[in-house]
Design a protein around this ligand. Structure first.
Ligand code: AHR
Length: 661
């Protein structure tokens, strides 16, 4: 990642001078669309989502759990918690580690309560506070037992940032066996930064673990599910696929902390939290309370993909830790457990309910298969060590599941010796789809709109798996999701779509960021504990994904593809299911351009075209929580009476036109 700064910073200055402010005299040539010349089929998977547990994307974000460090398994068991004593109550607590007796969840809190009057307890701060809405129900649960002495009860209190009690519930009758106790209450106020008190009363010993609070209102009202507003933003993209769980999180800082899907399925109390690799990755954005609870694990992931109509695309560790960190590898002759994990994941997703892993899927509530067709082998790996390991995975997976398409890695840069090496080797291995990553400045995206025009049509397909224009430099905390970057991405994406026969899939990265818990910027969707907003980049993705069409047709200016001449970029497609022509037109200049368009190869066009326009005269404009739609698509209608018509392309704009043919 850090090396990508080189890519990002070099041309930024020239970009300001040349890219967007170009004031070439415009030609008056018409734009020609050849609606009867199908160039490529556009796959339903073309535009998708890259999910990675970075920036609090899972815990503190999509996963709606409100209690941080619910099972005391962070390095410091009291992280996120503090002791409280009220009205003369007192007590003591320490943590018991049962080790191998409960290897997945080793610690619990052992509490001695001396609170015949008043209370002794624990307060949880949540993820930068606990966000609650007035009138909404919250569901509390705890694993508890009487510690063998006396009698205690619990009051759960939701406390606002002003210190007012805004919800509460009581629990009592704990016996000496571990049991899950639940209670619900309604919040009487909306607060983005409430906290939760667990108050013990009486006198005696009590043991507690897995202290949890969820909103009742989750996506599809799933018990202890996902945050509804965030999933809705994903669903609105109408994504073709959902890549999960990353990103470098797949690889781990070292192999020990790699992502292991088997540890993320089954009952949540048996999923061992581990440190999140982004916790200490950037010295300028240390997030010491960033762990992975795996409450959003592989079952919830497959279910989410199904809910939003996206093909699942899991990425698995291939025996390599992140090469920007330790770069540890497993010896090739010891890869079997890793390969078995991959084969077992396919069985978990697709296997019959009487297979070992299919049975678990059914027990978790989904007897029907998830229909997994795509699988990534390694994330952003490179060099000989990757190819040697990829070969082993490909051999074993293709032998057992020949129909599963494999995604392989081309490394962290979109060019250079390692990139060329990966392509040469993977081509020789007849790889299915190669994952290219590009984090670069906006000018790179403008310059690379023709990147795929000359790719080998007979070689592996391309997955543009991670990309985002960087306003300052890759990994700079100053990067902004501004219109300049989003417009450059819109221009670049014309080249992805024009080459849909080669580029089968694409996703912006990263996806989510908590405004107080992020490590990496820019990101597609930002949120706090109650609100969220889509960036200009989000709306670019949405306009492409919602208007992709089924076949690509040529769109030319002066007999050439439209990739920068007259500051214009364009792609054209037809949606054969609705019989509509779809034009995507990007004007990166500061002048309005009224362009004539001639559509060849159709009998006629007549009727109301729908125009969706994303535009701002200010290239530095951004959206924010308080101003979430400063830049967002505006829909208009335009009457078209002829195969020849003219269209106003306003300054710095991305326009999508849809018209019945
Ligand atoms: O998207 C952030 C990171 O960038 C990903 O984890 C990694 O794959 C890439 O280097």
């Amino acid at each position: 990642m850090i090396r990508k700064q080189l890519l990002a910073s070099s041309v930024f200055v020239t970009f300001l001078l040349t890219g967007f402010y170009k004031s070439d005299a415009q030609s008056s040539s018409p734009i020609i669309v050849k609606a009867n010349e199908v160039k490529a089929n556009i796959k339903p998977t073309m535009y998708g989502i890259f999910f990675e547990d970075i920036n609090f994307a899972a815990d503190g974000g999509l996963y709606a759990e409100l209690v941080k460090n619910r099972s005391f398994e962070f390095y410091n068991p009291l992280m996120g918690w503090k002791e409280i004593k009220e009205n003369g109550g007192s007590g003591k607590l320490y943590f018991v580690n049962v080790g191998g007796k409960s290897p997945q969840n080793t610690r619990y809190a052992h509490i001695s309560v001396n609170a015949a009057n008043g209370s002794f307890g624990l307060a949880n701060e949540g993820y930068r506070g606990i966000g609650v809405e007035q009138g909404e129900q919250y569901n509390f649960s705890v694993f508890a037992r009487n510690g063998g002495q006396g009698n205690t009860s619990i009051t759960v209190e939701l406390v606002s940032s002003k210190g007012e009690k805004i919800g509460s519930a009581n629990l009592s009758g704990f016996n000496t066996e571990w049991k899950k106790y639940t209670a619900s209450f309604t919040s009487s106020a909306t607060d983005e930064k409430a906290h939760l008190n667990i108050l013990f009363h009486g006198a005696g010993l009590i043991d507690v673990d897995m202290i949890s609070l969820f909103p009742e209102n989750t996506f599809k009202n799933r018990k202890n599910g996902l945050r509804a507003d965030l999933v809705q933003k994903l669903a609105d993209l109408k994504p073709g696929f959902l890549r999960f769980p990353g990103g470098c999180i797949v690889e781990g800082h070292e192999l020990e902390t790699r992502y292991q899907w088997k540890k993320t399925v089954g009952p949540v109390e048996n999923r061992t939290p581990i440190v999140n690799r982004w916790n200490t990755e950037f010295k300028h954005r240390i997030t010491s309370d960033y762990f992975q609870s795996f409450g959003l694990g592989f079952f919830e992931y497959f279910q989410l993909a199904e809910d939003i109509g996206a093909e699942p695309l899991p990425i698995l560790n291939c025996g390599m830790a992140c090469q920007f960190n330790t770069g540890e590898v497993t010896p090739v002759d010891q890869l079997d457990p890793y390969i078995k994990d991959a084969l077992d994941l396919i069985e978990f997703a697709n296997g019959p309910v009487d297979s070992a892993w299919g049975k678990l899927r059914a027990e978790m509530g989904h007897p029907a298969p998830f229909n997994l067709k795509l699988l990534g082998v390694g994330n952003e790996q490179w060099d000989t060590q990757y190819i040697e390991r990829y070969k082993e995975f490909a051999k074993a997976i293709k032998q057992k599941y020949p129909d599963v398409q494999l995604i392989s890695a081309a490394g962290p840069s979109p060019n250079g010796p390692l990139f060329d090496y990966a392509w040469k080797e993977l081509k020789a291995l007849d790889a299915d789809i190669i994952d290219e990553h590009y984090y670069a400045n906006p000018q790179w995206f403008l310059d690379n709109a023709t990147r795929y025009d000359n790719y080998d049509r007979k070689g592996p397909k391309v997955f543009a798996g991670e990309y985002a224009a960087q306003s300052v430099a890759t990994t700079s905390p100053e990067n902004k999701n501004n219109w300049r970057c989003a417009l450059a991405e819109a221009a670049f994406m014309t080249g992805l779509e024009r080459n849909a026969d080669v580029v089968n899939m694409a996703s912006y990265a990263p996806l989510f960021a908590h405004v107080e818990g992020w490590q990496w910027t820019p990101d597609l969707i930002w949120f706090d504990n109650l609100r969220s907003y889509g960036t200009p980049n989000y709306y670019v993705q949405k306009m492409y994904s919602n208007n992709k069409g089924t076949v690509e047709v040529p769109i030319h200016l002066n007999d050439s593809v439209m990739a920068g001449a007259d500051s214009l970029y364009a792609a054209a497609s037809i949606d054969k299911t609705t019989n509509e022509l779809i034009l995507k037109l990007i004007n990166i200049s500061g002048q309005e351009q009224n362009r004539n368009i001639v559509v060849d190869g159709v009998k006629g066009l007549k009727g109301n075209a729908k125009l969706t326009v994303l535009q701002s005269n200010d290239l530095d404009v951004v959206n924010s929580l308080d101003s979430p739609t400063t830049i967002s698509p505006v829909e208009k209608e335009m009457t078209i009476k002829n195969k020849k018509f003219s269209i106003p392309l306003v300054p710095y704009s991305f326009t999508v036109l849809r018209i019945k043919m």
